[in-house]
Design a protein around this ligand. Structure first.
Ligand code: ATP
Ligand code: MG
Length: 388
């Protein structure tokens, strides 16, 4: 008996005339997510996708739950529209449920849909008859039409699809349907989560990382590469730009007031990222700040930082508590890598008493104490690009 995966998508239905485009992108993303499985088939039909011809169900489920735009999936038996077969598969599905759940008693209902009106029984008749047969077969079963443990689904279309599980997926929109943005990716917990959230809205990502060799080691670079790779599981290939940042930091350190160093550094990061974004066809920047988390993330600091660029800056974590960000990091699989010990843009350049309410005029004045344009150009000329 053939096992297939039934894939549902939601929000892209809302897109009216654009729907075929969204479906096409989603189908491609599904294929990419499954490219390591040989001979697998991805078919589009009746406002859904079917994935067929696979053997490792668990691995396929895992890969699909990461594809943005999918709402849920169900591993289903695909059989002929033959009532005797439907009966035998429903018994089998029930047995599987009892095995898996290890419960003495379970409640259930049968939920059938008859898209093919040629099939001799209507959905009410199937629900009733099949329910009765299952009650007879399994004395440990009881009917509960409101909150059953098991919903046995029977869909009668060109074939009959039967399943008892609906596995939630990530939701969101297919990556590539909403333009491209540049993620400022540090080695911390926040920025990978920020990138994931924006990618979830259908935005493709490039990444920019500032490296302060020799103050930050190759190990910290490897860590960022690893974080970027984890993100690619969700959002496809990422061009990671490693930007040498030491010269700018040293210049700022030598020439500018100590308490302003962090905010000045942040402004230079934004300026460089904007240039990289323009070069790469990205139309927005993404960072991982949340209000008040550290001194450089007061409302005043954020305003002065964002003022450095004219591109929109997306900060999807702005209203999140750290624990919530950490939980998302754990769910998406970046947390373990993020907490590995590493040096951030070097403690040498971190002021002892950073300003928490910077004034824009003052910061802009300090910023001009170094030869910014030249230093930015030098950094841009020495970017290392890594294709993830
Ligand atoms: P994260 O956990 O993402 O490192 P954070 O809480 O440490 O964030 P900051 O150090 O203030 O916060 O950085 C704020 C944002 O600036 C980060 O979320 C990230 O988007 C960007 N950023 C910081 N350092 C770097 C870096 N070395 N390279 C690229 N982007 C960076
Ligand atoms: Mg950080």
């Amino acid at each position: 008996m053939e096992k297939v995966m039934l894939l549902r998508y939601g929000e892209i239905f809302l897109k009216g005339r654009n729907r075929p485009f969204f479906e096409k992108v989603l189908q491609n993303n599904i294929k990419k997510a499954l490219k390591s499985f040989e001979d697998i088939k991805v078919i589009r039909a009746q406002g859904r996708f079917f994935v067929e011809n696979y053997s490792d169900e668990l691995a396929v489920v895992q890969a699909l739950t990461r594809v943005f735009g999918l709402v849920s999936i169900s591993p289903a038996y695909k059989i002929e529209k033959d009532y005797e077969k439907i009966i035998s598969v429903s018994k089998q599905l029930m047995e599987e449920e009892f095995m898996e759940r290890q419960e003495e008693k379970l409640t259930f209902k049968v939920e059938s849909r008859r898209a093919d009106k040629q099939f001799p029984m209507d959905s009410m008749a199937i629900n009733k008859d099949l329910g009765g047969i299952l009650l007879n077969e399994f004395p440990r079963l009881k009917v509960d039409v409101h909150k059953p443990d098991i919903e046995l689904q029977v869909e009668i279309r060109e074939y009959c699809y039967m399943y008892s599980k609906i596995i939630p997926c990530a939701g969101g929109m297919p990556v590539g349907t909403n333009g491209k943005a540049a993620l400022l990716l540090s080695g911390g917990i926040d920025s990978p989560v920020a990138g994931w959230m924006i990618a979830k809205r259908g935005v493709a990502l490039i990444a920019v990382h500032y490296h302060s060799f020799p103050y930050t080691s190759d190990r910290s670079k490897e860590k960022v590469i690893e974080l970027g790779k984890i993100l690619t599981r969700y959002c496809g290939p990422i061009r990671l730009h490693i930007v040498p940042f030491t010269r700018i930091q040293q210049e700022l350190y030598e020439k500018c007031p100590d308490e302003q160093l962090t905010i000045l550094m942040r402004r230079y990061m934004m300026k460089i990222a904007e240039k990289v974004a323009l070069r790469e066809g990205a139309a927005a920047l993404v960072t991982g700040e949340s209000i008040g988390q550290v001194a450089s993330q007061t409302i005043e600091s954020l305003a002065v930082t964002n003022d450095a660029v004219s591109m929109p800056v997306f900060q999807p974590l702005i209203g999140f508590d750290k624990v919530d960000i950490m939980n998302t990091a754990k769910t998406i699989g970046t947390y373990e890598t993020s907490i590995l010990p590493y040096e951030d843009c070097c403690t040498v350049f971190t002021p002892r008493h950073p300003v928490t309410k910077p004034r824009l005029e003052k910061i802009v004045k300090s910023e001009q104490l170094i030869n910014g344009d030249e230093l930015i150009q030098e950094a841009l000329d020495n970017i290392e690009v890594i294709e993830l």
